[in-house]
Design a protein around this ligand. Structure first.
Ligand code: GMT
Length: 380
């Protein structure tokens, strides 16, 4: 198949899923064309069957805001026409799904549009009155719609009154690459051998509640000699640095910034913290689980579909810092339990969320969408 993948290029789950999916499909012989405003972060090597097309943005004094939606639609038209694409797979609905819809209308060809809903496109931003009608329309007009969890599918159907069938295709991880590789020399860079290592990976947006991570760590450190690794960057970074200084934790908290090679860092870690306010799936937790790292998380969104309370980690209510710290201490002070949870986390990642299985689900869905009749025209 000739597939156009539209995504955000940034350090964030939807861009990671889109890029890893494209790479896996290319390895299976499909021709993949990434379309974005910058080279996706995980597309950092030459690969057979993969091309990248950058959306050019014209500026003009009259435009107070960048007009990305039509610029993206024009780029999709160009790429679809000249590369003879079979389908466009839009990751994160805003504004990718509506640009893809526009392109399909302009082309009037058999191009199919598949939209994958990832999270805040549905649960937060898309609900803004300035986006909602366009969101609903672009979802209804897509030839196929997938959601990364059952939670997100339900939310979409209720919040946007969507009647269209939405297929749940969960996020995935390459468990051959993401596995625990013990490297004592790497671990030694982060903590002395007698200290435990906690990790948090995110784009440091408010919904991730990174300040809770620091507060949980503050409680844990009262009982367990330990370090906290914070991977990623984003709007909450400065506030978190200030908080760790206020709590006098700065010597025990390492801000590692954006990291491409996560396996050595995850393999050095004993526990992941994910106390999010909102999380449709929790891809970083899955990557940690694949590396045998148990997770202490909040109970929101798709997290209970990902991890099993008391088996792969623990789940607590949003903001319940005390309970999350208690769970963390429980695991960090009991090696046998922690290793057992780590093994269960790895097993769950391999059995339910391995790339081979989930990429095949996307391939199958593409085949179904290509065989189906075109979406009914708007207003019919
Ligand atoms: O929806 C977002 O916040 C953006 C998106 C991203 O690009 O980081 O994250 C979402 O998509 C990921 C990949 O499907 C999921 O693993 C995250 O749970 C989800 N984030 C939220 O729901 C907050």
């Amino acid at each position: 198949m000739k597939i156009g993948i539209v995504c955000y290029p940034t350090y964030g789950g939807s861009g990671v899923v889109a890029t890893e999916l494209g790479k896996a499909l290319a390895a299976r012989g499909h021709l993949i064309h990434f379309i974005s405003y910058a080279q996706p972060m995980r597309l950092n090597e030459y690969l057979d069957n993969v091309s990248y097309h950058e959306v050019e943005m014209a500026s003009y004094p009259l435009f107070e805001f960048p007009l990305y939606t039509p610029a993206l639609a024009s780029k999709i038209v160009e790429v679809a026409r000249f590369e003879k694409l079979d389908l466009i797979h839009a990751h994160y609905a805003i504004p990718h799904a509506i640009s893809a819809y526009l392109a399909r209308e302009i082309l009037r060809s058999n191009l199919k549009v598949i939209t994958t809903l990832h999270g805040t496109d549905i649960t937060l931003v898309g609900l803004e009155p300035s986006f909602l009608p366009v969101m609903r329309f672009s979802i209804e007009q897509s030839d196929g719609v997938t959601a990364v969890s059952r939670f997100l599918r339900e939310k979409t159907m209720t919040n946007y009154s969507i009647t269209k069938d939405i297929r749940v295709i969960p996020n995935f991880v390459d468990t051959a690459k993401y596995r625990r590789i013990e490297q004592p020399e790497v671990r030694a860079k982060f903590a002395p051998a007698d200290e435990r290592i906690l990790i948090h990976v995110s784009n440091f947006r408010l919904v991730k509640r990174v300040q809770d991570v620091i507060r949980i760590f503050g409680e844990v450190r009262k009982k367990v000699p330990s370090r906290l690794l914070l991977v990623g960057d984003g709007p909450e970074r400065s506030a978190c640095e200030i908080l760790s200084r206020e709590m006098n934790l700065q010597q025990h908290v390492r801000f590692l910034g954006k990291q491409l090679e996560l396996v050595p860092i995850l393999s050095s870690s004993d526990l992941m913290l994910m106390p999010s306010q909102s999380e449709s799936f929790g891809l970083s937790a899955l990557e940690a689980m694949a590396c045998g790292v148990p997770v202490v998380s909040s109970s929101v969104g798709g997290l209970p579909e990902l991890q099993v309370h008391g088996e792969t980690g623990y789940i607590a209510e949003i903001g319940d810092i005390e309970r999350m710290a208690k769970y963390a201490v429980d695991l960090l002070t009991n090696d046998a339990k922690r290793f057992g949870f780590g093994r269960a986390a790895r097993a769950r990642a391999v059995e339910n969320f391995d790339a081979k299985k989930i990429v095949s689900m996307y391939e199958q869905y593409y085949t179904e969408c290509l065989a189906a009749a075109p979406a009914a025209p708007a207003g019919s």
